[in-house]
Design a protein. Structure first.
Length: 131
């Protein structure tokens, strides 16, 4: 028998959901890629804040499964690059939606992504103010 979740095409939680850091952005992860250069970190974090708004708008405007998947995938990669794990996982859940599942869970996934992005962006703003 197919589970109700599978029948609705709602994806399961990602395996890495158990290892989410407490902060909205993993600055240790980011520092590995920027070699601790604060100016570069600032630039990458600011770019993420700008790009994430664009990806969210692309999700809202997506008229096909492919457009939805592409925007979600881009957002997942961008969030993963800076260590915004909750945002990356929200985008991963969105990326997995298709067909009826996309129709049924679209609004919920957008709300989840938006909340995780707002959290990450507020955290980024506080980090940048402190530097």
């Amino acid at each position: 028998m197919v589970s109700e979740r599978a029948a609705r095409s709602e994806p399961a939680e990602p395996a890495q959901a158990l290892d989410i850091p407490t902060q909205p952005v993993d600055l240790t992860h980011l520092a590995r890629y920027t070699l601790g250069e604060h100016a570069l970190e600032r630039e990458v974090l600011e770019l993420f804040c700008t790009q994430s708004v664009l990806y969210l708008e692309q999700l809202r405007a997506a008229m096909s499964d492919k457009a939805w998947r592409d925007a979600a995938h881009s957002l997942k990669g961008s969030a993963s690059a800076i260590g915004a794990w909750r945002a990356a996982q929200a985008a991963e859940r969105a990326e997995a939606l298709k067909g009826d599942g996309l129709t049924q869970f679209r609004a919920a996934r957008i709300a989840e992504i938006e909340a995780s992005l707002n959290e990450a962006e507020a955290y980024i703003a506080s980090v940048l103010r402190a530097r």
